[in-house]
Design a protein around this ligand. Structure first.
Ligand SMILES: C[S@@+](CC[C@H](N)C(=O)[O-])C[C@H]1O[C@@H](n2cnc3c(N)ncnc32)[C@H](O)[C@@H]1O
Length: 210
């Protein structure tokens, strides 16, 4: 079992409010712009939570397969998007994505990678499910030193080095790899003491060769 899973089951009902305090919808806009999403295409949202990325994709006319390990998060998402015909919600993790090879046009993972046990394996999995010409976009935290995020929010990794993320993308066989700034930050206050994290958010993208 993923140790973070119990945490996300507990916070699922409040996640949308928590998320709005951590980071803004501008992160989603940036990810969608980098991918250049087009209506009618198929996207996977990995570690979808209650459907933050999914919502943006549905609003742009895409079909979405949302992958999420926490049952409570999936239940919240199912309630929120009960009317959505272009959404399929599946139980799964980034390290073993329940989607066949080469079957989606885009893969998104927003704030998921720092919860994953083996990030390079997750990137390989995300690349595996992309069709030739498909685009992977990962938005996540730059390297930081806020240890309280491990304890209070069950983060496994204190962000990532952008060069290392670019290398994982290339090792997964992706090309046109870019890692840049979203211009946005993730903010969180420690419940004990006065630590206040403000961490910049990167956007990494790469295309599967045709
Ligand atoms: C910080 S939340 C982000 C949720 C959503 N992407 C968003 O932007 O609001 C991280 C999500 O990743 C999920 N998660 C944790 N471990 C995971 C894993 N190994 N593979 C995929 N998702 C995972 C959690 O259950 C949680 O829903």
């Amino acid at each position: 079992m993923n140790p973070g899973e119990g945490y996300f089951d507990r916070v699922a009902e409040r996640w949308d409010r928590m998320r709005a305090r951590f980071f803004s919808t501008a992160v989603r806009e940036r990810a969608l712009a980098v991918a250049g999403v087009r209506p009618g295409r198929v996207a996977a949202d990995i570690g979808a939570g209650t459907g933050f990325m999914t919502e943006g994709l549905l609003n742009r006319g895409l079909r979405v397969i949302a992958i999420e390990p926490s049952a409570a998060m999936r239940a919240q998402m199912a309630r929120k998007f009960a009317e959505a015909e272009r959404l399929e919600i599946r139980e799964g993790t980034a390290e073993a994505i329940p989607i066949p090879d080469a079957s989606v046009d885009y893969v998104f993972a927003n704030m998921c990678l720092h919860h994953v046990e083996r990030p390079p394996r997750a990137i390989r999995e995300m690349a595996r499910v992309l069709r030739p010409g498909g685009v992977l976009v990962v938005t996540d935290l730059d390297e930081h030193r806020f240890e309280f995020l491990r304890i209070e929010h069950h983060d496994r990794w204190l962000g990532f080095d952008r060069e290392e993320v670019a290398r994982w993308f290339r090792e997964a066989g992706l090309e046109d790899v870019r890692v840049g700034c979203t211009g946005e930050e993730c903010c969180a206050r420690a419940s004990v003491g006065d630590a206040h994290a403000r961490v910049s958010i990167f956007v990494a993208s790469g295309r599967k060769p045709r």
